[in-house]
Design a protein around this ligand. Structure first.
Ligand code: ADP
Length: 381
């Protein structure tokens, strides 16, 4: 009897041991699951997994923020119904691949019409025995990076153009001065009522125009110069508006001012900043041939002074937007525009450690936003 009972007891003990080890294994698996889920949840990259039918199985919080689609809405739906259609199309085109594949710099719009640029990596999800379970898609938001890269390329391009322009301008300046001197001497040698005086006058006028262009080119590339002083941008804007009051009125442009009270001062040169604003105002006027509204706004934020010059003019087509700061880029008729206004302004803004940003909607208008660092108060011991 004892040996019979001993057999049952042995089995019971063995079962209890097995049960305990099973429980431990389950706990370990649970922990492992939590661990990997925590990693996926805290990643700064959007992660989505889909099964073999392309139905969404997981959707991490970063993806909720990125695409503005909550997890509850995305789960168990087809990938093509939740991701932007063309992105889903590109992803499913790579469905057969056994390797990790990538889509670079994909442009998409979110629900609230935010424009994003993403890199996507697509990897097959495989079981231990190599069987396919589905796919893993990683979406990395590179919008900010792309913007900074574009800005860097633009700055580098303008710096090298500036150096080139300065070189050419120096070379051209001397012969131009010589021509100008000789032609003035010639004008004195010929009697005043001589009909050739008219031709000479034309040459003088054109040489002046040429030297104005050369001076602008030199301004574009010049850095430093006069000692910076404290500048109140509200008054510089107001003085510049007074200067252009007449041409604006003639063009039926209505000026709306919204200046911030007690704007902090910045360090710089009043005359050079005036040149920037003058260019912006005159460009705004030229963009509104039938009249319109020019709004000048100032404000202070995070240690910077902001100026926004907005017009209700023709706007700038997207394909021109990245060229408007290039020297000699103009869409105006010959004789009306030199294409140097904005490139000179860009040089001046950089000289003042400032930034400039343009937004434009063709047919609606353009807005130039400038930002300059506030002058730091000297610390008295
Ligand atoms: P210019 O005025 O001599 O043409 P700029 O460098 O000042 O040279 O401007 C370059 C070009 O940028 C202009 O010819 C015009 O096409 C465009 N532009 C600048 N400002 C505006 C604006 N406010 N609205 C529309 N287009 C503009």
């Amino acid at each position: 009897m004892l040996s019979t009972i001993a057999g049952y007891v042995a089995i019971a003990v063995e079962n209890a041991r097995l049960y305990q080890s099973l429980e431990q294994k389950a706990l370990q698996i649970e922990r492992l699951k939590d661990f990997s889920e925590n990693i996926v949840e805290s990643l700064r990259i959007g992660v989505v997994t889909v099964d073999l039918d392309d139905c969404v199985e997981s959707w991490n919080p970063q993806l909720e923020d990125l695409l503005e689609i909550p997890r509850s809405e995305a789960l168990r739906r087809k990938l093509a119904d939740v991701l932007p259609r063309d992105l889903a199309g590109e992803i499913s085109a790579q469905a057969a691949s056994d390797h990790v594949s990538g889509i670079y710099r994909f442009h998409l719009n979110t629900r609230s019409n935010r424009h994003l640029v993403v890199n996507a990596s697509i990897a097959p999800l495989l079981a231990k025995n190599g069987a396919r379970l589905g796919r893993l898609v990683l979406l990395d938001d590179i919008t900010q990076r792309v913007r900074l890269e574009d800005q860097m390329v633009q700055t580098e391009k303008l710096t090298s153009l500036g150096l080139l322009a300065a070189g050419v301008a120096h070379e051209v300046n001397t012969p131009l001065a010589v021509i100008s001197n000789y032609i003035q001497m010639l004008a004195k040698q010929i009697p005043e009522d001589d009909p050739r005086q008219k031709t000479i006058e034309r040459i003088v006028k054109q040489t002046f125009r040429a030297s104005e262009i050369v001076n602008n080119l030199l301004n574009f590339s010049r850095t430093g110069g006069t000692e910076p002083v404290e500048v109140d941008l509200n008054s510089v804007l107001e003085e510049t508006l007074t200067l252009v009051q007449h041409p604006l009125k003639t063009a039926q442009v209505n000026v709306v001012r919204s200046y911030a009270e007690r704007l902090p001062v910045i360090l710089g040169s009043t005359t050079r900043l005036q040149q920037v604003f003058l260019n912006l105002f005159m460009n705004a006027r030229d963009a509104m041939p039938g009249g319109g509204m020019l709004e000048v706004r100032t404000g202070a934020r995070n240690g910077s002074v902001e100026i926004e010059v907005t017009d209700t003019g023709a706007g700038i087509p997207a394909e021109h937007l990245h060229r408007i700061f290039d020297p000699f880029f103009t869409t105006k008729a010959t004789g009306r525009g030199t294409g140097l206004g904005l490139s000179v302004s860009y040089g001046i803004i950089k000289e003042h450690a400032g930034k400039v940003d343009v937004r434009s909607t063709p047919g609606k208008g353009t807005s130039f936003r400038l930002e300059f660092p506030v002058a730091r108060k000297a610390v008295h011991a």
